[in-house]
Design a protein around this ligand. Structure first.
Ligand code: SF4
Length: 266
């Protein structure tokens, strides 16, 4: 007898995948929820996943790479991952997902919203077919927030100071978010600095382009002011043109930073 098609939904610890779980958990009762745990996540992320489990009555499978970030960092010769060299996504997110699915036929539910430009899928395995319910049904940011509020789950608490889920040292962070990490979690900021300083052979790898974290934090006030100006510009764009969200976001983010990684920031 043919094996049944599996239905899977990857939670990133972010709002969009959480809202998708809210939308789908009654529609697809056999859904398997999973979280690819890099072990470099914020405590707030684990708390948010606990809240989701409690509110929706779902089980979440925590998937981990057999070997963690530090092992792979070693394999890559200490090269810190970056938007152009995103080995972390492959090793810590995609490989555990593909091992979890194996050769089974699976439908993977992805929480990309109707108002986002990004598309595509994180796995190239032909037995994993992605579907995008928010895109197909026109759910935008406001609708996602509504789903989360009405379910009593709300937004992850880290959104008060950071715009994305993922590792505490994620290189997709905006500079102002590094500044805020130093305030909210000085211990984690210190650990991120230690990764940059781990090379004694003259090589310099940095998490953020063009400067080390210590140089960045030395510019703390300047970065905060720059960010306030960027936010003011974004509000102006929105107010003047009733602009779509993507355009508003583009006014505050570099192109490369705009939406982050599809495997980690959904
Ligand atoms: S959250 Fe960022 S650092 Fe972590 S695996 Fe994803 S892209 Fe890499």
């Amino acid at each position: 007898m043919a094996k049944e098609v599996r239905h899977i939904l990857g939670l990133s610890g972010g709002k969009d995948s959480a809202a998708l779980a809210v939308l789908m958990h009654k529609r697809v009762p056999q859904m398997e929820y999973f979280f690819c745990d890099t072990h470099k996540e914020l405590d707030e992320t684990y708390e948010y996943l606990d809240r989701l489990k409690a509110r929706l009555g779902i089980r979440i499978e925590y998937l981990s790479s057999e070997r963690g970030f530090d092992h792979w960092l070693d394999v890559y010769g200490g090269l810190l991952p970056s938007p152009r060299m995103r080995w972390c996504t492959n090793k810590l997110k995609i490989a555990p997902l593909e091992a979890f699915v194996g050769d089974d036929e699976a439908v993977s539910y992805v929480g990309i919203r109707a108002d986002e430009r990004r598309s595509g899928y994180i796995s190239t395995k032909p037995n994993i077919s992605p579907v995008f319910p928010f895109k197909e049904e026109g759910y935008d940011l406001a609708a996602v927030k509504r789903l989360l509020e009405e379910s009593g789950i709300g937004m992850p608490s880290y959104y008060q100071w950071r715009s994305r889920s993922g590792c505490f040292f994620c290189f997709y962070q905006k500079k102002v978010e590094w500044v805020r990490l130093a305030t909210e979690h000085p211990d984690l900021f210190a650990r991120a600095v230690a990764y940059e300083q781990a090379h004694r052979d003259g090589r310099t790898y940095t998490w953020t382009q063009g400067e080390t974290l210590l140089e960045l934090i030395g510019r703390r006030d300047e970065i905060i002011i720059e960010n306030e100006r960027a936010e003011a510009r974004a509000l102006k764009v929105r107010d003047q043109a009733n602009a779509p969200l993507a355009q508003v976001l583009a006014a505050t983010l570099d192109e490369e930073e705009e939406f982050g990684c599809i495997a980690c920031h959904v």
